[in-house]
Design a protein. Structure first.
Length: 285
């Protein structure tokens, strides 16, 4: 199918881009990599009057590793993350998750900002952002604001972004060198959207007990979610096979995935428990 007719602009500044969005009263869309938006246009799921292309905004394509964490510009592509060897140390969970994103061709074009703003509940980057307490920098006519990932994702393909706002940066907090972590997902074919996925990280205190456990899941709800009940099972305890079984069972009991043409909800709930069990065992090695 062909996309609907639209006007096109490629502003040279962020302020100009925001102004263009504001001028169309909600009938304009930002485009960067286009890996989510172009299919939506082709299927007439979106029909904006104007596309605002961010290709000239080079400042949004930087990966900055600083004392307070990793800052990903909205135009950073998946292949940029794959090729940045610093991230294997600075944020290994992110580096691992990106290996599961789609296919080679899409990783060459798809962007961090596009994925986060698109907010597909099965996508890896929103899951990582939520699990790691990311903060989003958003620019609009009223200025700049920062929003926590937990407040940013509001529903399936829905976020707190206003039509005249642009997501400019995703900030992942600093990663302790001794942190334990894992990322696992299951899809019918490599590169397909996950039927379910689990991202987790935690630290250990001086007695080897888990502190600050974070467990996120994708593909099982209308947005990425945290498995707070399973986190509570882990916190304050040493990693044992019994503890892993308890946390996995709690995850299975407390999630309520929908059924669809790909899998029944009960299967997805069992899959989350299995992935969590495998992830915890992997992280404990």
């Amino acid at each position: 199918m062909k996309p609907p007719a639209f006007e096109y602009a490629a502003p040279s500044t962020l302020a100009e881009a925001v102004s263009l969005l504001a001028s169309r009263n909600g009938n304009a869309k930002v485009i960067s990599g286009g890996q989510s938006l172009m299919p939506m246009l082709a299927y007439r799921l979106a029909a904006p009057e104007l596309l605002v292309d961010l290709r000239h905004l080079k400042d949004l394509a930087a990966i900055r590793i600083e004392a307070d964490g990793v800052r990903l510009g909205a135009k950073v592509r998946w292949c940029d993350i794959e090729n940045d060897r610093r991230l294997a140390v600075s944020h290994p969970l992110l580096a691992e998750a990106i290996k599961h994103v789609a296919h080679y061709q899409i990783r060459n074009r798809g962007t961090v900002g596009g994925s986060v703003a698109h907010a597909d509940p099965s996508a890896e980057m929103p899951g990582v952002a939520l699990t790691c307490d990311a903060r989003m920098t958003i620019v609009g006519p009223a200025g700049t604001r920062v929003e926590a990932a937990a407040d940013f994702f509001t529903g399936p393909l829905e976020t707190s972004l206003e039509p005249d706002e642009i997501l400019t940066e995703v900030h992942l907090p600093a990663w302790p060198a001794e942190r334990r972590w894992a990322f696992l997902e299951f899809a019918r074919r490599k590169g397909d959207f996950a039927m379910a996925g689990v991202a987790l990280h935690y630290d250990l205190d001086g007695g080897g007990r888990i502190t600050d456990a974070h467990i996120g899941a994708i593909g099982i709800a209308d947005r990425p979610i945290r498995l707070a009940e399973a986190e509570a099972v882990l916190n304050g305890n040493q990693v044992t096979d019994k503890l892993i079984a308890m946390a996995s069972a709690k995850a299975r009991q407390t999630v309520d995935p929908p059924s669809d043409i790909h899998a029944p909800g009960a299967y997805r709930a069992a899959l989350v428990a299995t992935l969590l069990s495998r992830g915890l065992k992997k992280s404990a090695v």
